[in-house]
Design a protein around this ligand. Structure first.
Ligand SMILES: CC(=O)N[C@@H](C)C(=O)N[C@@H](C)C(=O)N[C@@H](C)C(=O)O
Length: 662
């Protein structure tokens, strides 16, 4: 009965918890993970290390500190656990001895360590760390008296990558590889030069060298996706190039026997979407083999089987994460689906897993009614390990999610989508409907818990979301249907989804709304220039003008060369034809804009252009600027709450009955 419905409230964002970064013990009996929760006082997500038996019993915290903890990594003998914590005031490496429970801070690093990795003998850590370039500004101003308070000195920039979304303006320098004794001491830098060491680093079997990936190409601006695998000797810091591929070669992982390296990458064909393949080669770079050539899905992450005869890996298919095992002899077997759940704000795919010596697996399990929990896979049996959101789930009614498929009205392409019903849904009634569009554009939604969408459903809206052409998890051809052609028929796919849901009879056609973020902001602003069927729109961190975007976004070398037939000044007509700003003259729909002021992926200047164009046209419009927020608007729980709250405020204003519930 409707009286029993208890919809989510906006500030329930603080009730969310997630289980992330599982690290299963070799014996498969217990797992350490990061328990993420939301802190109401600091308005941040915090991580703490917890342990649980893989049968779900004995859930307990491993540390008692107040710090934000991440990256738990077992020592090779599984007697110690290394992790990163900011408990001391900055991100440092800590060790926990599993027998005594004693923990100790072992580093005093000037910058945060990344990709933490134990040497095979358990005596050393390898990690990556930002390494500033000590360079004086080329101009030193004369005449400053001692103690005078002059304006902050101007900043001189000549690097390609001078700002990154989420990190802001970077000081000059690069991320390099270091080693340090595990009992603490002075870190020793192993790599140097004008390139970054990023992602997985892997020790050789004998502990004498470390494999890493970097883009050391002479002109990294012209080859933004290119990278190769290198080997650096720990004693001499001598570097040897292992691969010479046309495209990325990254995440090297040495096999348990030490004779082979697995890595991911692809042959670069300059397409907007290129699926990551799983390769193996000998440690000297010879005999490279593509293990997943026939899969036509992107490999997300992978781990060697303990016996070295195969590789466990994850990939997304039709909006859902899968785990598979590929033997080196060429036999592939899918083990489970349901991997995901780490994206808790919008229903993006993405999950993690960890494998024990006996092949038992722990993974983050997705569900449409709760964020990621840990699950255990033994043989073909999956069972839940954690229930961190049980309290949250039992107290509230969460919108149910139903899958649909449709056939495109412009060709035979099959499109997948989902309907989220408001709690207490009654199909005999008429509901307002929101179409919520994902970004990327090469990304995928799935039946994954999504707090933003749930909060709008809780306010009585039917929320519809789809994977229009261009989305990932359906193969490279499907994703590249919008290669140099974005937006295009992806708009038709979205409208087909609206038509299908409207035809079900429970949606009021006068109360259709549209919204989307990033690439979804592109498609929202594009849609309202091509139809007036929506009563109002919310355009979140959009791209409005492909020329200004490619010349202000942080990833500009990539966007300008992979998403377009050439550079902007040589292809002005193409860039402008596909830019929503070129079509703003046809927009009549009221628009609310919502963007982070520190967004370096789709800078707020895109939002401002659209806002000012809409004002010049006299279209009803407003702009919400989120101070300090990057492209990842949901990172502060209060911002995660603000976005759906503003959406509901704006859409309610344009409802036929002024926002009175049905
Ligand atoms: C898959 C992906 O995210 N691609 C990037 C190149 C990217 O950042 N694209 C943005 C323009 C975008 O649309 N991001 C999506 C994922 C978002 O929702 O923020």
């Amino acid at each position: 009965a409707e009286s029993e419905v208890n919809p989510l409230q906006y500030d329930d964002v603080f009730a969310l918890e997630l289980a992330a970064d599982p690290q299963v013990h070799a014996n498969g009996n217990h797992v350490v993970f990061v328990r993420r929760s939301m802190d109401r006082q600091t308005d941040r997500m915090v991580g703490r290390l917890w342990q649980v038996a893989t049968d779900g019993s004995n859930l307990r915290p491993l540390t008692s500190g107040e710090g934000n903890e991440s990256s738990p990594r077992w020592s090779p003998d599984f007697e110690r656990l290394a992790y990163v914590s900011d408990q001391s005031g900055s991100q440092q490496i800590h060790i926990r001895w599993q027998d005594s429970g004693h923990t100790s801070l072992v580093s005093t690093l000037p910058f945060s360590p990344g990709s933490l990795s134990w040497s095979p003998d358990g005596e050393w850590f390898a990690f990556t760390m930002f390494t500033p370039e000590s360079r004086q500004a080329p101009v030193q101003l004369p005449g400053k008296p001692a103690g005078a308070e002059w304006a902050e000195a101007p900043t001189y920039i000549d690097s390609v990558q001078y700002r990154r979304d989420g990190a802001g303006y970077s000081p000059q320098g690069n991320s390099h590889l270091y080693v340090m004794p595990v009992e603490g001491g002075t870190p020793r830098q192993l790599t140097e030069g004008d390139y970054d060491v990023r992602g997985t680093i892997s020790w050789s079997h004998d502990g004498e060298a470390i494999y890493y990936s970097a883009n050391k190409n002479e002109n990294p601006v012209a080859e933004p996706v290119n990278s190769d695998i290198y080997r650096v000797e720990v004693d001499s810091a001598e570097v040897q190039r292992i691969t010479n591929t046309n495209g990325p070669a990254s995440e090297p992982k040495v096999s348990p026997g030490g004779r082979q390296i697995a890595f991911v990458g692809y042959q670069d064909r300059q397409l907007a979407h290129q699926a990551n393949r799983l390769y193996v080669m000998n440690t000297d770079g010879s005999e490279i083999r593509n293990l997943t050539e026939d899969l036509d899905r992107s490999v997300s992450s992978f781990e060697w089987a303990r016996d070295g005869r195969g590789i466990y890996f994850s990939y997304d298919d039709e909006g859902e994460g899968h785990l598979a095992l590929h033997t080196l002899r060429g036999v592939a077997e899918t083990l489970t689906d349901g991997v995901g759940g780490l994206s808790y704000s919008r229903p993006y795919t993405g999950g993690q897993f960890s494998v024990a010596d006996n092949g038992k697996l722990v993974f983050t399990q997705m569900a449409s009614n709760r964020p990621a929990e840990l699950a255990f896979l033994e043989g073909s049996q999956t069972r839940p390990i954690t229930q961190l959101n049980r309290d949250f789930l039992s107290a509230f009614s969460v919108g149910e999610v139903e899958e649909f498929w449709l056939e495109s009205s412009v060709d035979d392409t099959r499109i997948q989508g989902w309907i989220m019903y408001p709690p207490g849904f009654d199909e005999s009634k008429q509901y307002p409907m929101i179409l919520e569009i994902h970004g990327g554009p090469h990304a995928a939604y799935g039946p994954v818990f999504a707090m933003e969408l749930q909060l709008m459903a809780a306010q009585g809206y039917v929320v519809v979301y789809t994977n229009p052409r261009g989305s990932t998890s359906y193969g490279e051809d499907f994703a590249n249907l919008i290669h140099h052609n974005y937006p295009s028929n992806d708009y038709d796919d979205l409208m087909d989804a609206v038509d299908l849901v409207v035809s079900r009879g429970f949606v009021d056609e006068e109360e259709l709304f549209i919204m989307g973020g990033s690439g979804g902001g592109v498609l929202t602003s594009w849609s309202i220039a091509h139809t007036d069927r929506f009563a109002a729109a919310m355009v979140v961190n959009p791209v409005i003008n492909w020329i200004s975007f490619t010349l202000t976004a942080d990833m500009y070398p990539y966007f300008s060369q992979y998403w377009f037939p050439g550079l902007p000044w040589d292809n002005v007509e193409h860039y402008m034809e596909y830019s929503p700003i070129s079509h703003v003259g046809k927009v009549n729909t009221p628009v609310l804009l919502f963007t982070g002021e520190s967004d370096h992926r789709t800078p707020i200047s895109e939002t401002e252009q659209y806002y000012q164009a809409l004002k010049l046209r006299g279209v009803e419009s407003a702009m919400v600027r989120v101070p300090g927020a990057s492209h990842a608007l949901h990172l502060r729980p209060s911002n995660l709450m603000a976005k759906p709250a503003y959406a509901v405020y704006w859409f309610d204003r344009f409802r036929a009955n002024g926002g009175e519930s049905n």
